[in-house]
Ligand binder design. Sequence first.
Ligand SMILES: Cc1cc2nc3c(=O)[nH]c(=O)nc-3n(C[C@H](O)[C@H](O)[C@H](O)COP(=O)(O)OP(=O)(O)OC[C@H]3O[C@@H](n4cnc5c(N)ncnc54)[C@H](O)[C@@H]3O)c2cc1C
Length: 447
Amino acid sequence: MLPVLVIDRATEARLARSPRRAAFYCAAVAALDAALREHGTRLIVRRGLPGPTLRNLARASGARAVAWSASYDGAGGHADARLQSDIEEAGLQAIVAHDASAIAPEETSGYRAFVPYLAVWREMTPPTFELPLLLRFAATDLQSEHLPIPAEFGAGERSAECDAAGARTSFEAFLASDALQYAVAANVPADDRTSHLSVHLSFGTIAARTVVRATLERIADPFLLVEERASLKLFLRSLAQRDFFLQLGWFHPITDDAPLQEKMRGFTFARKHASLDAWRSGRTGYPLVDAGIRQLHATGWMHPHVRAVAASFLCFDLGVDWRIGRDEWDGYLIEDDPALATGNWQWIAGVGADMAQYPRIYNPERQRRRFDPHGAYVRMWVDELAQTPAPSRRSNAGQIELPMFSANTYPQPVVDHEKVAHDFLVHYRDHLGSATASPEGARRSSR
Ligand SMILES: Cc1cc2nc3c(=O)[nH]c(=O)nc-3n(C[C@H](O)[C@H](O)[C@H](O)COP(=O)(O)OP(=O)(O)OC[C@H]3O[C@@H](n4cnc5c(N)ncnc54)[C@H](O)[C@@H]3O)c2cc1C
């Protein structure tokens, strides 16, 4: 085997979108090269068109096959297909491997809904490829171009840490402790005790197969408490959700831009809104939404539950197109998983794989009261609220009230949630032209 990295225009463009992503990518490539050197070889880097570049390398090295990891979004899938025909036309074998998912799409024959997919996924055990066979490298005197550096993707001097062994160690620590409380942590942003694996899974610095297999082994521990086992199962469900969205992108590449649900393809979301910039910059006046956006800007990651609330706010409270939100976050996220971004944004916008009768509209204040009752998360990320005193009184409904809206530099809410959620449902009903989607659904679907 000859390890090769080809950096083409599409890779450059993707990395140039998010400086943190570019820095992490370069660190991951450097770590891979260092690991290969420990095995007596190194990465051969080339910049250019993948087809001709790989054909030339195969000719120069005598390789008979070219293997690479599949892409799951529409654009990546087209590029894979082009490369496959380029390689095959040159008389070489092309092997497109499912390296990103724990369970390959073909194993589950294309589900559009998550619940039946999960039932099938749970019955499967991911393969393991950790075989010594893969460490037999060909001797070569082929020269490599320099390893990628963040500056070539416009990310200046920014640097990142990426340590695959460290990722494995922190995952093991997670499995030993926080994973056992995942059921709570997955919703409580201030705790920050989800796995933070998404970036490593996205760049392959830890394999989804490894994570799923280790979690299954942990679940088999007979001394776990019932709640602990339930938490681990919920964590597995998250990993299944990842595979689900990857296979959705694989079987439905059209969803890059078009809703999965045919009935929603003609539905018009707005492209503009007077408060769109407020949402982009985390100044909507809804503390949970703003804290999430500011966490993303500051770190390149946002707590999973807050992502759902902030995305719901864009799609339903502002009525703005999910593609605008997806593309906006793409410029900040370190994760490089377009199929997961699309699948989740469509799910939240009610146009994708969530087949609920009504869109699930999150009430951003109710969510904050419920999952950040003491304001620890919003005070951590929203500077204007950092000095807000801890909650001192309860409302009539028994909920803890924070004097958030009285902080004088913090904006007033840009919209009245109840009203705009109702208006959205009217628009939704009109689109479907069905009496079943009544505005009353706004109340029922508002969480
Ligand atoms: C609107 C929206 C946009 C998102 N965009 C992205 C994206 O661009 N890239 C991305 O990788 N994830 C995306 N997610 C999914 C999820 O929020 C992140 O993967 C998660 O925040 C990662 O944090 P974690 O690793 O601590 O997750 P944990 O809660 O510890 O979960 C473990 C792993 O399960 C997988 N997982 C968990 N939830 C989901 C989910 N809803 N969909 C798919 N996989 C999941 C992830 O690989 C994650 O690392 C998005 C979710 C929403 C609601």
